[in-house]
Design a binder for this molecule. Structure first.
Ligand SMILES: *[C@@H]1O[C@H](CO)[C@@H](O)[C@H](O)[C@H]1NC(C)=O
Ligand SMILES: *[C@@H]1O[C@H](CO)[C@@H](O)[C@H](O)[C@H]1NC(C)=O
Length: 332
């Protein structure tokens, strides 16, 4: 979880007077206090303060001192990392055998793992009782990171777009339809309060990867995500009375029969927070457009849903954009 303190932009040529400097330092101290005190309770109860406002005056006389969760990187962040690469004189290199570095394919790595090649390990008979959560080798070498068209890193792009578009805070509640191996979900789980991330997924191997590798290896078991194996848009295991701030389906509806998508929307409409809550659907909404524009609007309206528009979001790391369709609930 990255917590950033946004400070006033520093401008060249501004003379910082001593009183302003003292004020800035004391405000920074207060911010640090809030930051440390919120970090020191990181069992992170649902009510933990996550957005702190500390009033103050910046060195340019403007307001500053908003300590908040940042989601996507700033221009400065991107400049910073480019500087780091430049200052270290780094250029992309071929990944070949070199001192202490032995590149292998995932299949080769799996073979080495099975044969304990170069791996310190316990011998029988007690070998089995040192490992609290034994994980299958296929998952340890991350075969499941190659299960999608896009690279694994694209999961972060989806999270940044959705969390910012739906104006989430850590206390928000999120439902993902078809979270697979948690390529996207991990970022939500890390960001949200415990138990605030829910998912319905039908693929058993993906769920094994999520529970046996991704959650433990990312240190996210304490976040207690509610991930339920199931299909046919049956959300009965998620309890009643819950209102989600965000419900999303990334590359899922296009693989489903239209009737099933509509059945799901019918069940979900009442679980979306009225007005502020958002449904986001990626790629296309052919389940809707195939009906014809007017018929589609009518059907959405009968569910209390309104189509808000289409968005695209550029990837941070590769030439790719996601297409997202946004819906809200227009009445309570
Ligand atoms: C560890 O494994 C050995 C051999 O299988 C067994 O006898 C022993 O009880 C185990 N110890 C624990 C703490 O489980
Ligand atoms: C949904 O799942 C629950 C429990 O898993 C089951 O009892 C119920 O019949 C299912 N509903 C539908 C519509 O399939």
């Amino acid at each position: 979880m990255a917590i950033f303190a946004s400070t006033a932009p520093t401008q060249k040529g501004i003379v910082i007077t001593v009183p302003v400097l003292v004020l800035s330092v004391s405000v920074a101290t207060i911010m640090l206090f809030f930051l440390l005190s919120s970090l020191s309770y990181c069992d992170c109860p649902a009510s933990a303060p996550t957005l702190q406002r500390v009033s103050g005056v910046g060195s340019d006389g403007g307001e500053f001192g908003v300590v908040k969760e940042r989601i996507s990187p700033t221009k400065e962040d991107i400049e910073w990392v480019k500087d780091q690469i430049r200052e270290n004189g780094l250029h992309m290199q071929d990944n070949v055998l070199r001192k202490g570095i032995n590149p292998r394919t995932r299949a080769q790595q799996l073979q080495d793992l099975i044969q304990y090649k170069g791996i310190s390990h316990y011998e029988e008979p007690e070998s089995g009782n040192h490992t609290a959560l034994p994980c299958p080798g296929e998952l340890l070498v991350e075969e499941h990171h190659s299960n999608y068209g896009e690279p694994w890193a694209g999961g972060r792009d989806v999270f940044e777009f959705l969390a910012e578009s739906a104006r989430l805070s850590p206390n928000s509640k999120v439902l993902e339809i078809g979270c697979g191996t948690l390529r996207v979900g991990l970022h939500f789980i890390r960001y949200l309060s415990p138990e605030h991330y829910h998912c319905l997924e039908r693929d058993e191997l993906s769920l094994m990867a999520a529970f046996r590798y991704e959650l433990p290896s990312q240190g996210l078991l304490h976040k207690r995500p509610l991930i339920v194996r199931g299909e046919d848009m049956n959300f009965s295991n998620f309890g009643s009375g819950i209102e989600y701030d965000l419900i999303y389906a990334s590359a899922v509806f296009l693989h489903m029969p239209d009737n099933l998508v509509w059945a799901g929307l019918e069940r979900l409409a009442s679980k979306l927070k009225p007005y502020d809550g958002r449904i986001f659907v990626s790629h296309n909404i052919k389940f809707c457009s195939r009906l014809g524009g007017e018929e589609c609007t009518k059907r959405l309206t009968s569910l209390g849903l309104e189509y808000l528009g289409k968005h695209t979001h550029d990837s941070l790391l590769f030439n790719h954009y996601e297409i997202w369709f946004e819906f809200k609930r227009f009445k309570a």
